[in-house]
Design a protein around this ligand. Sequence first.
Ligand SMILES: Nc1nc2c(ncn2[C@@H]2O[C@H](COP(=O)(O)OP(=O)(O)O)[C@@H](O)[C@H]2O)c(=O)[nH]1
Ligand SMILES: [Mg+2]
Length: 414
Amino acid sequence: MTERLALLLWTNADNQFGNRVIKEEIKEALLKNDKPLAIAKIEEFLNKEKNTPLNIAITGETGAGKSTFINAFRGMDNRDEGAAPTGVTETTLENTPYPHPMYPNVTLWDLPGIGTTKFPADKYLELVGFEKFDFFIIISDTRFRENDVKLTQEIQKMKKRFYFVRSKIDNDVRAAERKKDFSKEKTLTKMRENCVQGLRGSGIQSPQVFLMSSFELHLYDFSQLYETLDRELPEHKRHALLRAMPNISLEIINKKKKAFKRRLYLLCAVSGGVAAVPLPGLSIVVDIALMVGAVTDYICGFGLDIKSLKRLSAISGVPYTDLLAVITSQLAAKKITRDLLLKVSAQLAVSAVFMVLEEVCRFIPIIGIPLSMGFSITTTYRLLNFILNQLAEDAQKVYEKALGLKASPQKLKK
Ligand SMILES: Nc1nc2c(ncn2[C@@H]2O[C@H](COP(=O)(O)OP(=O)(O)O)[C@@H](O)[C@H]2O)c(=O)[nH]1
Ligand SMILES: [Mg+2]
């Protein structure tokens, strides 16, 4: 049985999970039959994923749109409590951290542009404590200027990554629309090329430029920026980024769902090992504390908690009740407690067992869970898998509703 569990972990917690050291330790503990140690290691591993810090520096001249971007990334309206103040002139070198409201390990730092300070570029980086940043985003609402270039050169010397964001594209598109022969694609391509050429001319080799509107993150190049970061960041940082990403596309929702699903295998392994709590009305056992944690994670990740939905309503202008109306899961927009989950699980259990039977059957032969491993693992898996699928579908519907899109024919992958 122990070897099977190790196999389960090894097969599913493949390289996508990062951190080989802990994974090796888990495997070793299992092979030595040291279950408590294995569980402790799995928990350490899952927590590490959750707690990996990601520090993003946002810099650019006053008025470029830094604070507005920071708010948009965190799913906030400029007027929200805890939002970065916008439309203010910076006078001092102040380095303000804005943690993500749900994932405080992800912090966006509002740095003033170097043109607003008296410091030369190299001193500036020292003063802002550049070491702690995973990457820099340099924002400009016009072409990039000498100061941006100087700063970039310094960032390059420090061997840190940087990306250029050309902000307020909604304004540019609106202005271009008035011209004859307007083509959105051509306008955007030309703007991107102009920025790249300008930066190349200033000596920046292969600059990566992304066009963006903080009022409409789902349009233009924000998804491309995410994809680029997803390629270039170290593995554990990528997980941190994905968790905190606003749900601005079906791809993001799908990626989050996949990541949750992979974690589910590990959670189930923990569930198989820790003391289980009986689920009333069912002859099976499920670790409820573990499920509460997992479901809360799904709800936050998909932005289906009350706060996120209210924020989304404020940003999109779609009434909160209209967003709630498209949700089918009884767990969304609620505080996930043990009692609520027990109640919903008891109702779901029967349908979940049948509805995901096909998937479970597919899952069992591949991983080779012997029935002797008990029902706890498979039941937890079925229920969480069912809840996860339902919440992912709700996230898709909420996303479409908020953007005024027709229901997408593109189905989320099961
Ligand atoms: N149209 C439009 N205006 C923006 C956008 N981002 C910022 N702004 C506006 O630009 C002004 C300056 O933005 P702010 O975020 O305070 O810039 P910061 O000084 O760089 O932090 C504010 O009036 C914002 O509303 C955008 O994407 N589109
Ligand atoms: Mg600002």
